[in-house]
Ligand binder design. Structure first.
Ligand code: ADE
Ligand code: ZN
Ligand code: ZN
Length: 267
């Protein structure tokens, strides 16, 4: 009986009528951890031996997938707030990126250029090299999330509210994480699958150009994503069926191009 009362009072004191609070995720969303890790893991397969060895040494054995998410973990740290605008760039659809319109705070292209500068400078310290390599892995990933190269007026789709399997979300978060999480594969499983699906022809096609070409490619993908849904839409299976190909292509491109850039820097 005494035990019964202890149990009952335990249940009641811990009962809370409101949903669990405390772990509120901030509204600005990030190309989910899965996306970044898939891109890191695909890139590793396409590194040259020399680049792979150098990177392995610099990261003290940590994988590109493992370090790919550091930059988002830093976002909540005010010391690193200067890097927040480096995760994306917005400009009107049907136009090209123009560095003259660049915000003083920088953007994803500026961020990538800072990383390249540090990594190609032989006098950079080890800690800077480690930091900027992790940042580069992350930013090449972000750049391949179409809505990180989206429109200013809706904050890359963050303002376009809709639902995904009855859960409220927005177009940006759908592409950052909801779609990829719905695939329901671990990042290693998804990377292995997408790598297997990379034909010679696709590989050759993706492994070309520079980050200035890639940003326009993502911007074109953003136009497709904007046309795919509108405010208030209730999306589910049919949307995955139609758009997972684009999602997977962006991840493959991200991986192959990250490797291309790292091979240029480290080999
Ligand atoms: N904040 C404003 N625009 C954004 C974008 N395109 N991507 C991510 N965060 C943003
Ligand atoms: Zn995002
Ligand atoms: Zn990011």
């Amino acid at each position: 009986m005494k035990l019964f009362f202890i149990l009952v009072s335990f249940l009641f004191t811990n009962y809370s009528p409101s949903p669990a609070s405390g772990s509120h995720i901030e509204e600005t969303t990030v190309w989910g951890q899965t996306g970044h890790r898939v891109i890191g893991l695909i890139a590793e397969v396409h590194l040259t031996r020399k680049a792979s060895r150098k990177i392995e040494k610099l990261l003290a054995g940590k994988s590109l997938a493992f370090v790919s998410t550091y930059a988002d973990e830093l976002k909540s740290d005010r010391f690193y707030s200067k890097y927040s605008p480096w995760h994306y760039v917005n400009y009107p659809l049907e136009t090209r990126y123009n560095p003259a319109n660049r915000d003083d705070a920088g953007d994803v292209i500026f961020g990538i250029e800072q990383c390249i500068e540090v990594l190609s400078d032989t006098t950079s310290g080890i800690e800077d090299q480690q930091f900027y390599l992790a940042l580069l892995v992350h930013l090449i990933g972000d750049m391949h999330m179409p809505l990180h190269v989206g429109r200013e007026e809706d904050r890359g789709g963050n303002n376009i509210k809709l639902s995904w399997f009855s859960k409220s979300t927005n177009l940006h978060r759908l592409w950052d994480s909801d779609l990829i999480e719905s695939v329901n594969l671990s990042y290693t499983e998804l990377a292995a699958e997408l790598n297997k699906q990379l034909s010679k022809k696709k590989l050759k096609q993706f492994d070309a150009g520079t980050y200035l070409d890639w940003v326009e490619d993502s911007h074109e993908a953003a136009a497709t994503v904007y046309a795919s849904a509108k405010q208030g839409d209730r999306l589910a299976f049919k949307y995955s069926y139609k758009y997972n190909d684009l999602l997977f292509t962006q991840l493959q491109k991200g991986g192959v191009r990250l490797a291309r850039l790292l091979n240029q820097l480290f080999d």
